[in-house]
Structure formats: structure tokens, C-alpha cells
Design a protein around this ligand. Structure first.
Ligand SMILES: [Zn+2]
Length: 396
């Protein structure tokens, strides 16, 4: 059997220029190495699932790499067309560590983020299960502590998947080809400090990518509702191995986070909103970020909430309704902000998201300007998008 030539020098040069593929180093804490190493197959799988769902057969290959780079950031890249042409989503190791550290901290306290409401599971009351004392007693942990820990990991993964879905949208929707027309490089990275003559179009692309990320994240959650609703948990006994317990608590965490429509809505909002919140946003000054590649973080946080509302109102995602979404989104934001306050040893700081509500007219004007820019470039994007389906917000 012939071995397919997949080596692509251009891609390798690009990966090397950003820090190279992730390799554990001696100085790295073992927990960080474990979080990153265990995430890589999960992220590759979710990237491949999206590719299979959205792409047509025979379209450019897409790879995901975790890159050794301490920034909380990601990138995407399309190589030149040719026999070994490839698209790349690059997740920086720093963003995985940031997400895991934050989510473990946010979920550490007993009343965190509604994980406390542990459900009765079909045919199995988890509280009566004999859990291996070696597992729970060493650090004086209780079952709900362990469950919170697993929920924290699941949500760290979810917030990274939100980032991957954002990068996926840049690749899928032809954004890289548009950027190439301005900059002669098919690369997008989340750096906001560079001078950007094409800033208006760039910000429109970010809006498109953020909205797509919310849409795909929500669809993914709803599509797995049945699976997580009736999660069949492994039977545990006194001889259960640590691997059994891992499987058990991961399934239980997934049931808590994705087992009802409300849980899916909450988890989707938490993943997207918290991703931007972790980047420590200052309140929005009400100004359009002229010359920047990315819109201000509070604006992007508000898009997560607005996009969820829009999807609920469109009615294309039963059983989601606006009655589910609005109160939950508000509750989730209040809860997330309270947790950030506890972790930072301060009061809940809602100034970033409030700054978009208090200047709502200006925020709407911002949206209007970006949507107008997006409409201008849409014919170009349509020509370059990968795969099937419409671009967000309009017909082909
Ligand atoms: Zn982006």
C-alpha cells in the first residue's frame, strides 16, 4: 500500500515559528503536562467530528496541533494549494493551562456553578455506591468534591472546544483566504496589538467565528442530550479500579453538564463567556476598536449571550426556547462572576459585561457596522468556504 505523502514543509515551518508541537519539558508541573497530554486526543477528536459534519468529501485535510506556547491563545493557518495542502488549527499550551487552572478554581467551592444539584440517575443512586476509600479519603475528599473536580475538567475542555470551534469557523468559512488578500499570509491569530489596516473586515470575521463557535457548541450539546440524559454508569464495587472511577465520575459529570436542555444551555454559556472572562477584560469604553484585529472582550462576551438568545428565538433547535435561555444566561453570568470574585478574593465584578448593556445603543451600532462589513465580504467568503451549509446569517 502506498504511503500517502502528508509531510508539508510550509506547515512544519509555521508550527515551528509558533513554538513547535507540544513536548513536555522538565520544568513543567506534572499536572500541566497531564492536562495538556490528555486533552490532545479529545481536541483532535472534536475537530475531526466537526470536519466530518461540515466538510464535503475530498476537501482540504484539517489537522489540530497543540503548540508549545505560553500565551492564552490559538491560531489557524492554511498552506498554499498543492498536493499536500493542509489546514491547521493550533491551540497554544498556555490556553489549556489557563482554562484548567481557572475552572478547577471556579469549581472548588461547594456551591459552585450548580454542580451541587446531583441528580438521581436511572437505576442507580450514586450516593449509595461504595467508592474505593483509597480514592476518596486520601485528601479528605467527598464524592461531591470529586464530582466538582471532574465537572471542572469537563468545562475546561468545553471552553477549549469553544476556542477550537472559533478557529474552525475561521478555516471553514474562508476567512484565511480573505486575510491573505490583505496580508499575503493565510494566518489568523488572536493578537490585538498589531496595526491592522484591514481591521474592520478582521473584526467582522471575529464576529462570524464567535457566533459560529456558539452555534456549533450548542448544536453539539443538544445532539448528545439523549446520550447524557440516560447515561449508563458503570457499576462500581469495592474493587473498582482508579480507571473505573475515572470513567464513572467523567460520565456523571457529563450527565450533570449536558443531561438536560437547561444544563446544555448553561454549559454552552459558561464555556463561551468564561473563555473571554479568563482573559481579564476591562469594561468597554463605548468606542469602536479602530485599527485592532479583534473587538473588545466585553463585546465578544455579549455576543455569546445574544447569540444564544437568537438561536432560541429562531426555533431551529428544539427543544430550546427563549424561556429556557434568557433567565438561565443571566443566572449563569451572575454565578460565573460571583465565582471569579471568590477566586480573586474580591467582590463579583460585572463591570465588563455591564459596560455593554449600559452602552447598548453604541454596542448595537458596533454590531451594525461589523455586519455591514461582513455583508461586503460575504460573496468572497462564499467562494472560499469549505464544505456544505450556509454562512451564518444569510442565503448562499
Ligand atoms: Zn479569531
Amino acid at each position: 500500500m502506498a504511503i500517502e505523502e502528508t509531510y508539508n514543509e510550509e506547515l512544519e515551518r509555521f508550527i515551528a515559528s509558533k513554538g513547535g508541537r507540544f513536548e513536555p519539558a522538565d520544568w513543567m508541573p506534572a499536572g500541566h503536562v497531564a492536562a495538556i497530554s490528555q486533552s490532545i486526543p479529545i481536541f483532535r477528536n472534536s475537530c475531526e467530528t466537526m470536519r466530518r459534519h461540515f466538510y464535503l468529501d475530498g476537501q482540504r485535510p484539517l489537522v489540530l496541533e497543540v503548540i508549545s506556547n505560553e500565551n492564552s491563545n490559538a491560531t489557524c493557518y492554511a498552506t498554499k494549494a498543492g498536493p499536500s495542502e493542509t489546514d491547521l488549527i493550533g491551540i497554544y499550551s498556555g490556553s489549556i493551562i489557563t482554562a484548567f487552572s481557572w475552572f478547577v478554581a471556579l469549581y472548588a467551592s461547594p456551591d459552585s456553578l450548580d454542580v451541587g444539584s446531583i441528580p438521581d440517575l436511572p437505576g442507580e443512586n450514586w450516593k449509595s455506591i461504595q467508592i474505593d476509600p483509597r480514592y476518596v479519603s486520601a485528601d479528605g475528599l467527598t464524592c461531591s468534591d470529586i464530582l466538582r473536580y471532574f465537572c471542572a475538567h469537563q468545562m475546561a475542555i468545553a471552553s477549549m472546544e469553544f476556542l477550537i470551534r472559533h478557529e474552525f469557523a475561521h478555516v471553514k468559512n474562508g476567512h484565511l483566504e480573505l486575510v491573505n488578500t490583505f496580508r499575503q499570509t493565510q494566518m489568523i491569530e488572536m493578537i490585538n496589538t498589531e496595526e491592522a489596516p484591514d481591521w474592520l473586515y478582521r473584526q467582522a470575521l471575529e464576529m462570524d467565528a464567535d457566533c459560529n463557535a456558539v452555534l456549533i457548541q450548542l448544536q453539539w450539546g443538544l445532539s448528545r442530550l439523549a446520550e447524557y440524559q440516560d447515561a449508563e454508569l458503570p457499576i462500581l464495587n469495592a474493587n473498582a479500579s482508579v480507571a473505573d472511577l475515572n470513567t464513572y465520575f467523567r460520565s456523571l459529570a457529563q450527565h450533570c453538564l449536558y443531561g438536560t436542555v437547561q444544563a446544555v444551555v448553561s454549559s454552552t454559556v459558561i464555556a463561551g463567556y468564561t473563555f473571554f472572562r479568563m482573559l481579564n477584560p476591562s469594561p468597554w469604553d463605548g468606542e469602536i476598536a479602530i485599527g485592532k484585529t479583534h473587538p473588545p472582550l466585553p463585546i465578544r462576551m455579549s455576543w455569546v449571550l445574544v447569540m444564544m438568545q437568537t438561536l432560541a428565538m429562531e426555533g431551529n433547535h428544539p427543544p430550546l426556547t427563549i424561556d429556557d435561555v434568557l433567565p438561565l444566561a443571566i443566572e449563569v453570568v451572575a454565578n460565573v462572576e460571583q465565582k471569579f470574585g471568590e477566586v480573586l478574593d474580591s467582590k463579583a465584578d460585572v463591570t465588563a459585561i455591564l459596560s455593554t448593556l449600559e452602552q447598548q445603543q453604541r454596542a448595537l451600532e458596533y454590531d451594525r457596522i461589523l455586519k455591514a462589513a461582513w455583508a461586503e465580504i460575504r460573496p468572497f467568503l462564499n467562494k472560499h468556504k469549505r464544505g456544505k451549509g450556509k454562512l451564518a446569517g444569510g442565503d448562499d
